[in-house]
Design a protein around this ligand. Structure first.
Ligand code: C5P
Length: 398
């Protein structure tokens, strides 16, 4: 699997840097070519000579090294690899990566690369658990960075907990997995997400509270499994995931156009909270406040994008998944909705304010299909997305 793969290995300055030497050996045993990059701090833990000898390759250390730049520029170095591995990845390097800093060779390579990146974090347990590190970790995962470890155990500093770098063979396994084709490789999947904004006049609009969190997580999870994802999103609170094709829309009518224009697809997941109504006619100028006269808003019904696609006679995706946000009788309403709209699955959830689901990070869903209702335990929106993506892969691969 790793034969002739080119790994750019960034070694940061942490006590686990000594394990990077063994990692180099293990990778080379499997036929990989390893180009090592050391940060200044890493040189306090391992010597460039030992790293170079084990890698059988030149060690890159300095952004402003004229000889290295002449041989291979730092941009080229960041692109020549099949995968970039950061081991150990210190709290500082994770923060730099999350913020997009480029103040030394390692961080510059990581910002300049167009290849996938896998990090093996290693740090003191308090540093790992610090909200800043967890925030950076979430940002990096959102950017599509793969993560191996850390493990739990005794630490060099005498404390105990998560923060120990994954063992070299565990990192090799994670690298192997990164090179595997996901079960959705070659499948095109369309995902709608976020709210829609329906203009009243040039300054006012009708909207809803959808954050786009669940749709974004689903698009990311499908992409991680190898799908080619078209992400059609209304004005959401959070940015779209990396590595997917993004079409940004405002209104339901624009979303319908982007969706039909984006077909054919093997599957379509409609997670957007589309406004049910728009203004019958949008005012071309700002509606003035007139004393004693309240404006009367006249609505028109929006197209139902899910129903339109689910009921297509020609070119219907093999699997059409809808969502149902309900506040009471969730399963009964969602089951009726599945029939009415003609989709294959409905992912139903209770969005009553006391559940904290709308705008929150967790979700509790029931998936309704022709096999009946399957209620999942409450979990994070990322976990719901990963489980749904795996079920979609199973359904498409028969
Ligand atoms: O009818 P309701 O809005 O509850 O249905 C929810 C499902 O239908 C979601 O999957 C949503 O994305 C989709 N929908 C749509 N177009 C609409 C309304 C809802 O695609 N106009």
């Amino acid at each position: 699997m790793l034969k002739n793969k080119h790994i750019l290995l960034v070694v940061c300055g942490g006590i686990a840097a000594f394990k990077a030497l063994d990692l180099i050996r293990r990778l080379r045993e499997r036929g990989a070519e390893v180009t090592p990059v050391l940060t200044k701090a890493a040189e306090e833990f391992v010597t460039p000579l030992s790293v170079s000898a084990l890698a059988g390759n030149k060690v890159y250390r300095d952004l402003f090294d004229l000889t290295s730049e002449a041989e291979m520029g730092h941009i080229e170095l960041s692109r020549a690899a099949d995968l970039i591995v950061v081991a150990p990845a210190t709290a500082d390097m994770m923060a730099k990566m999350a913020q997009g800093h480029a103040d030394d060779l390692a961080s510059t390579l990581l910002l300049a690369t167009d290849k996938r990146v896998l990090i093996a974090p290693s740090m003191n347990v308090r540093m790992w658990e610090h909200p800043a590190t967890q925030r950076n970790l979430a940002t990096l995962i959102g950017d599509g960075v793969l993560v191996a470890g850390p493990n739990e155990g005794d630490m060099a500093c005498g404390e105990y907990g998560p923060g120990r770098m994954a063992e070299p063979l565990e990192i090799v396994d994670a690298i192997d997995t990164a090179f595997e084709d996901g079960p959705l490789k070659g499948k095109r999947i369309l995902v709608t997400s976020g709210p829609t904004h329906e203009p009243i006049d040039p300054v006012r609009y009708i909207a809803n509270r959808s954050s786009g969190a669940q749709g974004t997580a689903i698009a990311r999870a499908l992409s991680v499994l190898g799908a080619d994802v078209l992400f059609v999103t209304g004005p959401a609170d959070i940015p779209p995931p990396a590595g997917v094709e993004v079409v940004k829309v405002q209104t339901a009518a624009e979303m319908l156009e982007a969706v039909t224009g984006g077909l054919p697809a093997d599957a379509a997941v409609f997670a957007a909270a589309v406004a049910d109504w728009r203004m019958a006619s949008e005012s071309g100028s700002k509606i003035k406040k007139t004393k004693g006269a309240l404006p009367v808003l006249k609505f028109a019904e929006n197209p139902d994008i899910l129903a339109t696609v689910a009921q297509m006679k020609k070119g219907r995706p093999a699997l059409v998944v809808g969502f149902a946000a309900e506040t009471d009788d969730v399963v009964a309403h969602a089951t009726a909705k599945r029939e009415r709209k003609g989709c294959d699955w409905i992912v139903a959830n209770d969005v009553s304010p006391e559940t904290g689901i709308m705008g929150g990070s967790e979700n509790a869903v029931t998936v309704i299909s022709d096999k009946g209702a399957d209620t999942w335990p409450r979990m994070t929106k990322d976990q719901v997305a990963q489980r749904l993506a795996l079920q979609i892969a199973e359904a498409l691969n028969g």
